[in-house]
Design a protein around this ligand. Structure first.
Ligand SMILES: Nc1ncnc2c1ncn2[C@@H]1O[C@H](COP(=O)(O)OP(=O)(O)OP(=O)(O)O)[C@@H](O)[C@H]1O
Ligand SMILES: [Mg+2]
Length: 509
């Protein structure tokens, strides 16, 4: 989302004296507001910021006696010059009746002063706006103030803004570094850091440039992505997953793979010209260990998009803020990093929580927000969700229009098992052709992909300890010592299969 400069200007021009900006990026907002003020009102404007520790500060330093928020608002009322007043911690106090009243007074005062300014449509420079900005990471607005306050949601920097940051950081580096940036590398670097806040971005760039004499493309992009991974992890709910598994690392599941291959091109500008919709997402459900999470990861690799994993459970943890705020922030990050794949593993665990059935519980509010977002999202974010216990899923989420398709992943067929053996032998430096894959597949009926992998791993241990090469016999022994989930959970699995038979598409052919 671009910085909402136009929205801010139009509210100011229309005479809105109090604007509530939702963002946790204080420094960026301050800088942008200063920029807007200077651009439109050329030097005639005073800037003040207020925080609960520093009180009010203007360009000449501290304003005496403004530590208290009410006193600071009194100063705004008494001040007869035009100005931008940026209040940073005001939202913490918004349950105080005195403060609400004082804000109404501010509204009256600033509004009447702005009504005395030149009429609408005249040169904005001839106006002298007096505007109070409330800056807060989340929207906490008592209904008494709803009429007085205009709310603007500020997203994370978009590509254009990132490019600007990039140039300004680059300008402060050595000539050698600057010269080694081709336009292509610059674009790739910009894409790599999308999804971060402005100051995080600057930090990531500076850290990657430090100590470098010149730029090695792969190394630089890798370092930037690593910085981004670390910064995103700090948010607590999102993880930037870097994976190499592609669709060829999945045995079987041809229907699902074909579906994904066809849609791989949907993110190109050509597809847009052609009139293709960007796919919304898939829900992959089914038996444990059969490759659901694996598919979610493989989508991102196959489509060449970044993969962000959302931990819905952490959203409710409370460690990182109120659930609504944390969730909203995660969504903003995901949107800023788009086009990307958002992976939500075991979605049922995150949206259905025992004992929280009440309609206004955080879980149900977040679920509602999530559904609306899914349906209306404009950013190219593809959701790859997995679910094990479909009976816990609320029916709304299964409705058409939410996910493009629901796939059911069942136990691998004999042909699939052969392929899965091949994949896991190959990934462990063994030549699959030196094994009798047909007999292995035949003798492992009922085993899931994860269990086949486990058989390969333990057979490798056995043969290594016996100081001999891995062979068919060792693999069959390892496989037969596994008690498959399909035996221990026979009833659950057949229930799942019955449920899926007319609701979902089979992932395998
Ligand atoms: N079809 C498959 N092809 C190749 N490997 C597979 C396949 N299915 C499972 N595996 C192996 O098993 C591991 C575990 O599978 P995965 O995590 O995708 O299962 P899942 O369906 O998500 O299970 P759970 O419901 O328990 O989360 C994978 O990382 C992969 O190594
Ligand atoms: Mg899984």
């Amino acid at each position: 989302m671009p910085f909402p400069t136009e929205a801010i200007e139009s509210f100011i021009t229309a005479g809105y004296p109090i604007l509530y900006l939702i963002s946790w990026e204080e420094e960026r907002i301050e800088n942008r507001l200063k920029f807007i003020g200077k651009k439109f009102y050329q030097g005639s404007l005073n800037f003040y910021t207020w925080s609960c520790t520093d009180g009010m500060r203007g360009e000449d330093g501290e304003v005496k006696g403004t530590q208290d928020v009410i006193q600071a608002l009194d100063k705004v009322i008494d001040n007869n010059e035009s100005g931008f007043y940026i209040f940073k911690d005001l939202h913490f106090f918004l349950n105080d009746p005195k403060l609400i009243r004082r804000l109404k007074d501010v509204y009256q005062k600033l509004r009447s002063s702005s009504l005395n300014s030149p009429p609408l449509g005249s040169d904005p420079r001839s106006q002298s706006p007096n505007t109070l900005f409330i800056l807060s990471p989340s929207l906490i607005l008592p209904y008494e103030l709803e009429k007085e306050v205009a709310v603007i949601d500020v997203g994370l920097p978009d590509e254009d803004e990132v490019r600007m940051f990039f140039d300004s950081v680059l300008n402060s580096t050595s000539d050698k570094i600057r010269d080694s940036f081709t336009p292509e590398l610059k674009e790739k670097s910009v894409r790599a850091i999308l999804g971060l806040g402005a100051s995080e971005m600057e930090l990531a760039l500076r850290r990657t440039f430090i100590g470098r004499e010149k730029i090695d493309e792969n190394e630089l992009l890798d370092a930037l992505l690593e910085e981004k991974a670390q910064l995103i992890r700090k948010s607590g709910t999102l993880e930037f997953v870097r994976t190499r598994v592609g669709l060829d690392g999945i045995g079987g599941l041809e229907n699902l793979k074909e579906w994904l291959e066809i849609r791989a091109l949907a993110f190109s500008p050509k597809a847009k010209e052609f009139g293709l919709d960007i796919p919304k997402g898939v829900l992959i459900m089914g038996i444990s260990g059969c490759g659901k999470s694996l598919c979610a990861k493989a989508v991102a690799t196959a489509w060449g998009l970044p993969l962000l994993r959302l931990e819905l459970n952490q959203v409710y943890g409370g460690t990182f803020g109120s659930p609504e705020e944390v969730f909203r922030r995660a969504i903003k990050t995901v949107e800023a990093a788009s086009p990307c794949v958002l992976w939500i593993d075991e979605i049922e665990a995150g949206i259905t929580r025992s004992g929280e059935k009440a309609s206004d519980s955080p879980a149900s509010r977040i679920f509602g927000y999530f559904l609306t977002w899914m349906q209306e999202k404009e950013h190219p974010v593809f959701i790859a969700a997995t679910a094990n216990q479909i009976d816990l899923l609320p029916p709304e989420i299964l409705r058409k229009g939410r996910f493009d398709e629901i796939f059911f992943v069942s136990l691998p067929s004999q042909k699939d098992r052969k392929e899965i053996f091949r994949i896991h032998l190959l990934s462990r430096e063994k030549n699959p052709d030196s094994f009798d894959l047909d007999s292995l597949a035949k003798n492992t009926e009922g085993l899931s992909g994860a269990e086949i992998e486990q058989a390969v791993v333990s057979a490798l241990f056995e043969s290594f300890s016996k100081r001999k090469d891995l062979d068919n016999k060792e693999l069959i022994i390892a496989a037969s010592s596994i008690v498959p989930l399909s035996t221990t959970m026979r009833e659950e699995i057949s229930k799942l299969e019955r449920w899926a038979s007319n609701r979902a598409i089979k992932a395998s052919k």
